[in-house]
Design a protein around this ligand. Structure first.
Ligand code: NAD
Length: 479
């Protein structure tokens, strides 16, 4: 299926008529073409957004809210179609797309459709000098949203929904690896009555389309989710233009397991936090640290559970692990397994490609558990972003805290313990933007979401996102 850009409410081919192939990761075949848009297409998208802005920014909060909630309802009504498209484009099990990706994309629109009705600003009375200050929260204008391939519609809408709720108009680019559900979203927006030009979607490579969005002098804010290297590049391009930036980047998250935890709950959740979405979630706990007294038991039980996971075609109901997103990514992950072997890592299970009958060219890999000797080896420090985790024992709170923090990333951490004192100390001292205690990826959309260190700058979620997508203006009146 070939796709088009969505500009000013219409579907149009790229000006230069250049395309790139879209692959189906489950069978390695090309199944469509997507526009490789350049600066000319981004300019068209920008103009359409600019023209829509005066009216959209003056549209009542009630009306904006109504349209966002309508988009949410239409996504829910089209759940099956969107889930199938996401699964085919990305390789993820359809069960996951159906229960997580698409419902969550719908929630993003509903959540921000409601949140905007509650968003308020402060006023400050300057007592004794007869003056009052109040803060306006004004939409920025035209903003850019750029998203990755791992949770395609989920993360795309996580940016777009707050941007348009706050009264901005958007030029957005999904990952060129997984463009399909973003394409389908255009139809839904038209059906929901979103005015033309409020949302414009341009498809293409990061280095051409994405770069043109970041370089555009009048796109005043960029909300980006993707790799740390790309984030650093975007920051360099955007800084001289003083753009507002929100960067959600890579992670290498610790999963810290103490002997005093609820063992069965921890074990089941750890299988999920290691391998959900083929390990391709920025929040996956890819470094597992286990208290020495339960280390051997954990190792045996965990490996047994991982070996029981079924790697298979994404459309099959009992598939736990689908295909990795692309050939290049599969090769990168395999390379890390080789690096682990060179570093004396012990492969406890997995490590090899899987051939799925009738889909021999698909990008399948066994879920892989590597026992490492020290926490400073490359597979323990660098983001792999695939179905690969490391495990190693620890003996004290101080030791594990030091190892947990000794990486350049700081997105999230998971802690398994029933000791309150330990919970409080660890969650205070872990250098991450998010700490989960006795759970993983339990999301409340009102909470701040994002990382520290090389995992990014800024926070998404709740009012944080609405603050990012507005400019605060102080008005001081003397009376
Ligand atoms: P990526 O950085 O390669 O690409 C992300 C997006 O940026 C894509 O749309 C891409 O086309 C675009 N892009 C690439 N070069 C660009 C440029 N020069 N200018 C503008 N845009 C450009 O990342 P990816 O491989 O798609 O995604 C995987 C990465 O995303 C992992 O590192 C993962 O940890 C991270 N991620 C982070 C979060 C988070 O919330 N922190 C969530 C999901 C994924």
């Amino acid at each position: 299926m070939d796709i088009k850009n969505y500009i000013n409410g219409a579907f149009s081919p790229p000006v230069a008529d250049r395309y790139i192939d879209n692959y189906n990761p489950s069978n390695g075949e090309i199944y469509g073409q997507i526009p490789n848009s350049d600066a000319q297409d981004v300019e068209l998208a920008y103009k359409s957004a600019k023209n829509a802005f005066p009216s959209w920014s003056e549209t009542t909060i009630d009306e904006r809210s109504r349209i966002l909630i309508k988009i949410s309802e239409l996504l829910e009504a089209n759940l099956q179609r969107f889930a199938e498209a996401e699964s085919k484009d990305n390789g993820k099990p359809i069960s996951l797309a159906k229960t997580v990706d698409i419902p969550r994309a719908a929630s993003n629109f509903r959540f921000f459709g409601n949140a905007i009705t509650q968003f308020a600003s402060e006023s400050h009375e300057s007592v004794g000098i007869n003056a009052i200050n109040y803060t306006l929260r004004q939409p920025i204008g035209v903003v850019g949203c750029i998203s990755p391939w791992n949770l395609p519609l989920y993360l795309f809408t996580w940016k777009i929904a707050p941007a348009i709720a706050a009264g901005n108009c958007v030029v957005a680019k999904p990952s060129e690896v997984t463009p399909m559900t973003a394409y389908l979203l255009g139809e839904i927006c038209n059906e929901a009555g979103l005015p033309k030009g409020v949302l414009n979607i341009v498809h293409g490579l990061g280095t051409s389309t994405g770069q043109a969005i970041v370089e555009h002098p009048n796109i005043k804010a960029i909300s980006f989710t993707g790799g740390t290297q790309t984030g650093a590049h975007i920051a360099r391009v955007a800084a001289p233009m003083f753009k507002k930036l929100s960067l959600e980047l890579g992670g290498k998250n610790p999963n810290i397991i103490f002997a005093d935890c609820d063992y069965d709950d921890m074990l089941a959740t750890t299988v999920r936090s290691s391998f959900a979405n083929q390990g391709q979630i920025c929040l996956c706990g890819s470094r597992i640290f286990v208290e020495e007294s339960i280390y051997e038991k954990f190792k045996t039980d965990f490996v047994a559970k991982v070996k029981a996971l079924k790697v298979g075609h994404p459309s099959e109901k009992d598939t736990n692990i689908g295909a990795l997103v692309s050939k290049q990514h599969l090769e990168k992950v395999i390379q890390y397994i080789e690096i682990a072997k060179q570093e004396n890592g012990k492969i406890l299970c997995g490590g090899d490609r899987v051939t799925v009958k009738k889909f021999e060219k698909g990008y399948y890999l066994q879920p892989t558990v590597i026992e490492v000797e020290n926490d400073e080896c490359r597979v323990n420090q660098e983001e792999i972003f695939g179905p690969v985790v490391t495990i190693m024992p620890f003996t004290s709170d101080d030791e594990v805290l030091e190892m947990a923090n000794k990486v350049k990333y700081g997105l999230s951490a998971t802690l398994w313990t029933n000791n309150l004192k330990r919970t409080m100390r660890m969650s205070n001292e872990l250098q991450t933007g998010i700490v989960w205690v006795n759970t993983w990826m339990l999301r409340d959309l009102r909470t701040p979401f994002g990382g520290v260190k090389a995992s990014g700058v800024g926070r998404e979620g709740g009012f944080e996102a609405l603050r990012f997508f507005t400019e605060a203006k102080n008005v001081c009146i003397k009376y």
